[in-house]
Design a protein around this ligand. Structure first.
Ligand SMILES: Cc1cc2nc3c(=O)[nH]c(=O)nc-3n(C[C@H](O)[C@H](O)[C@H](O)COP(=O)(O)O)c2cc1C
Length: 180
């Protein structure tokens, strides 16, 4: 099983990227999470798309297409998802000129998020679910991974809070059961 992990934050010390690293550690044998970096992904532009996807877009689309499923780590900015993540989803929601189908069509996606606040990205994740559904992706499983007060649970880039690690492991295992 190969899962592609994408963080909606470009920040070096991102709590959300740290969640992806924790997920990598918590995966059972036989399941691999590869993290795809969104630095330098061009802004979506229909004129550019019409001329053929740029190389970094092709690489992202290939990675998503080849993955069995996606794991998205979703920060919250101003009550919604980050521009970085929305931009990636906009590219992935389109076949472009050289593909038959959009990479997100029918793709199963697990989402999670972390923020220093008390609501733990719940608003951004609600928005993300709607956007992914519009793009034809399937969000699984039910339930939410909302890592609130993330600065108390993620230290030195590592998810150190044991209860949160256990909860995340259970959520990911549930996702894997659905994929199996
Ligand atoms: C522009 C901006 C808007 C933000 N808005 C919210 C918000 O609406 N809700 C929230 O919980 N945190 C908000 N934050 C704080 C982020 O949750 C915090 O910066 C977090 O560390 C971002 O995720 P990251 O650690 O993965 O980079 C905001 C941060 C920025 C920079």
């Amino acid at each position: 099983m190969h899962i592609l992990g994408i963080s909606g934050s470009l920040r070096r010390a991102s709590f959300n990227t740290a969640l992806l690293h924790a997920a990598q550690e918590l995966m059972p044998d036989g399941t691999v999470i590869t993290i795809h970096d969104l630095h330098d992904l061009p802004l979506f532009d229909q004129d550019v798309e019409a001329q053929g996807d740029p190389a970094l877009v092709v690489a992202l689309k290939d990675a998503v297409t080849q993955a069995d499923a996606l794991l998205l780590a979703c920060p919250e900015y101003n009550g919604g998802i980050t521009g970085v993540l929305k931009n990636a989803i906009d590219w992935l929601s389109r076949p472009g000129v050289s593909r038959d189908a959009a990479p997100l069509a029918g793709k199963r996606v697990c989402i999670m998020g972390a923020s220093p606040g008390v609501t733990g990205t719940v608003r951004a994740q609600d928005q993300l679910r709607l956007i992914l559904r519009r793009a034809g992706a399937v969000v699984e499983p039910q339930g939410e991974v909302l890592v609130f007060q993330a600065h108390t649970k993620i230290t030195d880039g590592r998810l150190s809070d044991e209860r949160t690690r256990d909860f995340l492991a259970r959520h990911l295992n549930h996702f894997l059961e659905i994929l199996a």
